[in-house]
Design a protein around this ligand. Structure first.
Ligand code: RP5
Length: 164
């Protein structure tokens, strides 16, 4: 199976990113985690993106806050799918990072998830890799069924408690 690269712009993004890493672990998807900044270490970020396909990666997840250029900068260096996670910082409730991530000019796509949406970024990465991996596709289907069962159990519990 191809690997998922999880790149964050700063170690301060780790508490958000960890939720996605956990999901990749649960699904048994091989992954590498790095800290590369589009601003502070642009050469390393670019080099990683340019080598990612030949290094066996299938998807890149990029998490960054504030003027969040990381996902776009990585996407500029590769034709692998890049999923951007806008990370919430102290100002603007993460809207700054959301717009920086989602508003990519035509030609260099970034698939942006919601603010701090590391879980969905990881799930989307798994879904992309599942195109070529039926075992992973089965695991994703099982998770959907388990999530649905939890909602239906809550429906029963809350319905019994409050319906008159
Ligand atoms: C971005 O700036 C990082 O992704 C982080 O979300 C934000 C703040 O970084 P630090 O100042 O905490 O290193 O580049």
């Amino acid at each position: 199976m191809k690997k998922v690269a999880v790149i964050m712009g700063s170690a301060s993004d780790l508490p958000v990113v960890e939720k996605g890493i956990k999901i990749l672990e649960e699904f048994g998807v091989p992954h590498e985690v790095h800290v590369y900044s589009a601003h502070r270490t642009p050469a390393e970020a670019r080099q990683f993106a340019e080598n990612a396909r030949s290094a066996g990666f299938g998807v890149i997840i990029a998490a960054a806050g504030m003027a969040a250029h990381l996902a776009g900068a990585l996407a500029a260096g590769t034709t692998l799918p890049v999923i951007g996670i806008p990370v919430k910082s102290n100002n603007f409730d993460g809207l700054d990072a959301l717009l920086s991530t989602v508003q990519m000019p035509s030609g260099i796509p970034v698939a942006a998830v919601t603010i701090d949406g590391a879980a969905n970024a990881a799930l989307l990465a798994c879904q992309i890799l599942s195109l070529e991996d039926s075992e992973l596709a089965d695991k994703l289907a099982q998770k959907r069924a388990a999530d649905a069962a939890k909602v239906l159990a809550k429906d029963q519990e809350i319905g019994e408690k409050f319906s008159k």
